[in-house]
Design a protein around this ligand. Structure first.
Ligand SMILES: [Zn+2]
Length: 325
C-alpha cells in the first residue's frame, strides 16, 4: 500500500471488507495532509478489485485502472480526468474527476465550493448500475459542500443505491451537517508519527528545506509537501517567521510577495501552517495572547478573503505587521 501509517483505520476497513459489512457511506476525518484521500482511493481499489482483495490485488485490470488514476492524481494531472456538463446556455461546468475506471469518481471543490450542481451530477452517476459489485464516490474536502449541496447529498445518503459507497473526506466533524454524519461510518485519523513523516519525505526524492521538514514532523502532517515544490522560498519564509518581532519592513514586503506567488491551495496551506506555528509560540510564551488573537483574526479573514479575491500581498502584510507589533 502507498498509504503510510494509520494501522488501526486500515485494519478496521479491511475487516469490514472481508466480513462483507461495507458501509454505504464513510466520513474520513482528520487534519490536512495525513493521507486520508490516498487511503480512500486504496480502499476503493479493494472494493472494485476482481480478486476481492482488501485494498486491491494490484494485478487485475480493475486495480491497474485505479492505480493509473491514483498515479495521475498524485502527479497533479487532473485536467484530463475532468468531467464537465453543459447547461442550456452552452456554458461548461466542472462536475467531478473520472479516470478510466467506470466505477470510481472523485469530487473535489469547483473553485472554493462543492456546488449543488456537482451533487446532482454525482446523483445521476450513482443512479446507473455499477459494472462490478461497487461504485465508489470520493468527496474530497467535503466540508466545502455548501449547505444546499449537503442537503442534496443527504437525500442520496438516506436512500443509497445498491453497491454504492461514499467516502467523505473532511478535516473536522463540524464541517459536515450532523444529519450527514449520522449517515456515515465515521473514521477518525490521527497525525502521523515523526518516523512515518520522515519515511514519506525521504521517498519523495525532492530537496525539502529543513524548516519544512521539521514542521512536517512536529505536525505529523504532509500538507507541507504541497509547498515543497515552491522549494527554498517557502523554507525561507518559514525560517523568517521564526522570530516575527525581528522582521524588517523589507522582509515583510519580500515575504508578502512570495506569499502572493504561491498557488491558491498553497496559500491556504501556508496560512494553516502559520496558524499552527503561532499556536506553538503562544504555548511557549513567545508571543502574547493579544498579538496571537489579532494575528489569528487576520489569518481567518485572509482565508475567507482569498476566496473572494482579496489581494494576497496586502493581506499578508497586515498579518506580519501585527506579528511584528
Ligand atoms: Zn485487483
Amino acid at each position: 500500500m502507498l498509504t503510510v501509517g494509520h494501522g488501526r483505520q486500515k485494519r478496521f476497513l479491511e475487516k469490514s471488507h472481508l466480513q462483507g459489512r461495507v458501509a454505504s457511506a464513510y466520513a474520513f476525518i482528520g487534519r490536512e495532509g495525513i493521507g486520508k484521500k490516498l487511503l480512500a482511493l486504496e480502499f476503493a481499489r479493494g472494493l472494485l478489485c476482481k480478486n476481492y482483495q482488501p485494498f486491491g490485488c494490484g494485478e487485475c485490470k480493475s486495480c491497474r485502472l485505479v492505480d493509473n488514476f491514483i498515479k495521475s492524481l498524485r502527479e497533479g494531472e487532473t485536467d484530463k480526468f475532468a468531467y464537465h456538463t453543459t447547461d442550456e446556455g452552452g456554458k461548461k461546468h466542472f462536475a467531478f474527476l473520472i479516470g478510466e475506471h467506470p466505477d470510481l469518481i472523485l469530487v473535489p471543490p469547483d473553485g472554493n465550493q462543492i456546488k449543488i450542481d456537482q451533487i446532482r451530477e454525482l446523483q445521476e452517476y450513482v443512479a446507473l448500475k455499477p459494472t462490478g459489485r461497487h461504485k465508489v464516490v470520493i468527496i474530497d474536502d467535503a466540508g466545502k459542500m455548501n449547505p444546499q449541496a449537503q442537503n442534496a447529498l443527504l437525500k442520496t445518503l438516506e436512500e443509497p443505491p445498491p453497491g454504492v459507497v461514499f467516502i467523505l473526506i473532511a478535516t473536522n466533524r463540524g464541517e459536515l451537517l450532523p444529519t450527514i454524519l449520522s449517515r456515515c461510518q465515521i473514521i477518525e485519523f490521527q497525525p502521523l508519527k515523526g518516523e512515518e513523516v520522515e519515511e514519506v519525505l525521504t521517498s519523495v526524492g525532492r530537496d525539502i528545506p529543513q524548516t519544512l521538514r521539521e514542521l512536517a514532523k512536529s505536525k505529523g502532517s504532509l500538507a507541507v509537501l504541497r509547498l515543497t515544490e515552491e522549494g527554498e522560498a517557502v523554507g525561507e519564509m518559514l525560517a523568517l517567521l521564526g522570530d516575527p518581532k525581528t522582521l524588517t519592513y523589507g522582509e515583510i514586503i519580500d515575504l508578502s510577495e512570495e506569499f502572493e506567488k504561491l498557488p491558491t491551495e498553497g496559500r491556504e496551506t501556508f496560512l494553516n501552517l502559520l496558524e499552527e506555528l503561532l499556536t506553538d509560540k503562544l504555548l511557549r510564551g513567545e508571543i502574547d495572547t493579544k498579538t496571537f488573537e489579532s494575528a489569528s483574526r487576520y489569518i481567518s479573514e485572509t482565508k475567507r478573503g482569498l476566496k473572494r479575491g482579496i489581494k494576497p500581498k496586502l493581506a499578508m502584510e497586515n498579518i506580519l505587521l501585527t506579528l511584528k507589533g
